[in-house]
Design a protein around this ligand. Structure first.
Ligand code: CU
Length: 656
């Protein structure tokens, strides 16, 4: 959730910026990354290559040349307009391909959002479409605008002084709407601000200032509502910094004297039969494209595209100052724009290799900023792969596993989110959605207050309960695009010995959702409708859920209505170009009917069609004292496993 303008001059995570499309002031620095002002040529060799700095610049200049944009028009996102799936699948290296950019252009004072598509080959604005009633994600300039608005607002300054605090010592944290105050006309673009004590200490999220919420009209840059629900104690001394570090850890050295076992060509990776592209988007961050597996033959497709499509984080506290706090971190903030530069021996081991990224500055003077090491990849030990003991000779035959990890993370407000895709020698992929950082803390007057909907972590601070729902969009193409989904439920059956059970299989007939069922060990098999294996069954991969959850808010809680993927964890839809986001393209003040709710229709057949599976991994976060002041990285998992895709264990030939 929310980012922040840094007012304290710390090094890393900073947004300093930004000007309008028509403004003159150049962007200086974004989050500590240098802004690319040169025109270094980066070769684009594949239709799915992310935009280069040059292409981002060309997008800006083409839009500016084609449209007489009013002052204060911003470009909240610039990204590759991905070619249609059919084109990419028919394309081979060396052939020509289109190159187009997609951008949001937001005329702030008029509250008008446009979608632009720029043809980067022809340098022309190919389309320009107003999106009525839609709001773009929060863009960099707004962090600074909101911060200034709050700091200049006398009632907020008074509220800080009422708590014995100097307004200069406060960190202002900004969130995407909504306007729960109804103080602004319907449709107004609303940001809300909450406050934390910074003083001379690091990590202001450790020290919440409870009860004060500022609601801002960002079209007119004015405060429209202010709440001070009463003074509660503010912890001004707790510091999340670690003053000492243990010294008894000896070096653990990872060495690959002959180099890694993978081969990288552009962004295409080959490893142990696996083939895929490690792409990146300023919205979703890491995107894996064209995942396939080759075993003694051509590459067989498994998944065409996989990414984290949306995150939904609702909180448990009924207080009106909290009930609106539900974040859609991908769609409300364009999470990819906040990608971290990953570091060896911090995020990943020292044998990691990296892919760099570049993003539009979203301000926009036409600049961009580089994100070195935005995606990391490395091999690691995977423990036992398989092991068997011959009972006649007592000879053991055992093999050690190797895994390939592809990972990415982004810091948004108090949380840092990340995704790890773990490719395995047995043909499976583990998906881990990760969360770390500081819980969104609450100032309390008593322990009973803090424990009612959360956990007291210091005498003055509680960490409220909340949930993290991570929806992944998985465009399965198991041995081609024509697939079906078979739900498997384990059922006991009558038998003389009382032991019998079987797997009941149900082919899903139409678009829609399914719930998890641990009681029936429910999972879903994505089958090829065209290819069978050696035993005559359709080749298939299985999606096996592990960590999921149901929402504990009311079924009518407005943000939940915008999060169909939190209501039901498994969805299947027919593939359609442009259907990419589980809460819709514009969840910021969006509508309940967007995303999967609109994509899925009971009249659309999904049997033997090109399908997309949407799966939600989740964890219900009831904080522990040990998660203050920083929480150990937690994660929600699911597994994608071959289920008859191969004719036997594909790792039978793993080396001794
Ligand atoms: Cu959490």
């Amino acid at each position: 959730m929310r980012f922040r303008v840094m007012t304290f001059g710390l090094a890393a995570i900073v947004v300093l910026v930004a000007t309008s499309v028509t403004g003159a002031t150049p962007v200086t620095a974004v989050r500590g990354h240098s802004v690319a002002s040169t025109t270094a040529q980066v070769a684009v060799a594949n239709p799915l290559d992310p935009l280069t700095a040059d292409e981002i610049l060309l997008t800006f200049t083409t839009i500016k040349a084609a449209k007489n944009l009013p002052p204060a028009t911003f470009l909240p996102i610039v990204k590759l307009s991905e070619p249609p799936k059919g084109f990419v699948q028919g394309w081979s290296p060396g052939q020509p391909f289109p190159r187009k950019a997609f951008a949001n252009a937001f005329d702030r004072s008029a509250n008008k959002l446009y979608e632009a598509v720029v043809d980067l080959r022809a340098n022309t604005l190919e389309s320009w479409t107003q999106k009525m009633g839609a709001e773009p994600a929060v863009f960099f300039a707004e962090w600074e605008n909101a911060d200034k608005l709050v700091r200049s607002y006398a009632p907020w300054k008074q509220a800080m002084r009422d708590r014995g605090l100097d307004p200069k010592d406060i960190y202002v944290d900004t969130w995407a709407g909504p306007d729960t105050s109804n103080a602004a006309p319907p449709g107004t673009r609303i940001l809300k601000a909450i406050s934390f004590y910074r003083g001379a200490l690091p990590n202001p999220y450790d020290r919440p200032i409870e009860g004060v919420v500022v609601t801002m009209d960002m079209n007119n840059l004015r405060v429209v509502d202010f709440v001070d629900s009463g003074v509660r104690p503010v912890d001004t001394t707790t510091s999340g910094s670690s003053s000492t570090q243990r010294t008894d850890l000896k070096p653990l050295v990872v060495q690959q004297p002959d180099g890694p076992s993978f081969v990288i060509d552009g962004r295409t990776v080959s490893w142990q039969g696996w083939r895929f592209r490690a792409d990146w988007s300023p919205r979703e961050g890491l995107v894996l494209d064209r995942i396939g597996y080759a075993q003694n033959g051509p590459v067989r497709s498994v998944i065409n595209r996989m990414s984290l499509s949306e995150i939904y984080v609702p909180y448990a506290i009924p207080d009106a100052n909290w009930s609106w706090r539900s974040a859609f971190d991908i769609g409300e903030y364009n999470l990819g724009e906040y990608s971290l530069s990953l570091e060896q021996n911090v995020d990943v081991p020292e044998n990691a290799v990296f892919f760099d990224s570049v993003a539009g500055d979203t301000g926009s003077s036409g600049g961009s900023y580089e994100i070195p090491n935005a995606v990391a990849m490395y091999e690691r030990d995977g423990g036992s792969l398989w092991d068997r003991l011959d009972p006649t000779t007592l000879e053991r035959d055992a093999r050690f596993a190797r895994e390939l990890v592809v990972t990415w993370s982004a810091a948004i407000g108090n949380y840092t989110y990340g995704v790890e895709y773990v490719f395995k020698m047995n043909g499976s992929i583990d998906v881990n959605a990760k969360a770390t950082g500081t819980t969104l803390n609450q100032g309390i007057s008593s322990a009973s207050q803090g424990n009612e909907h959360g956990t007291v972590v210091t005498p003055k601070i509680a960490a409220p309960g909340h949930q993290h729902f991570f929806n992944f969009r998985i465009d399965f193409d198991v041995d081609g695009a024509s697939n079906r989904v078979v739900e498997e439920n384990v059922m006991s059956t009558a038998s003389p010995g009382g032991n019998a059970w079987k797997v009941q299989e149900t082919t899903l007939g139409s678009e829609g959702s399914r719930d998890a069922s641990s009681a029936t060990a429910r999972d879903w098999r994505i089958e090829s409708a065209t290819k069978t294996n050696a035993v005559g069954e359709p080749t298939a991969y299985e999606l096996e859920g592990s960590d999921t959850g149901v929402p504990y808010s009311s079924p009518t809680y407005p943000p939940l209505l915008q999060a169909p993927f939190a209501q039901h964890p498994f969805w299947v839809t027919r593939y359609k170009d442009g259907e990419l986001y589980a809460a819709g393209d514009y969840p910021f003040q969006g509508s309940a009917g967007d995303g999967l709710t609109a994509y899925a229709s009971p009249s659309e057949n999904v049997n033997a069609q090109d399908l997309v599976v949407w799966y939600t991994a989740a964890f219900t976060h009831v904080p522990h004292v040990e998660e203050y002041p920083v929480m150990t990285t937690d994660s929600a998992h699911f597994h994608i496993r071959p289920d008859g895709f191969f004719d036997s264990n594909p790792a039978l030939d793993a080396p001794k």
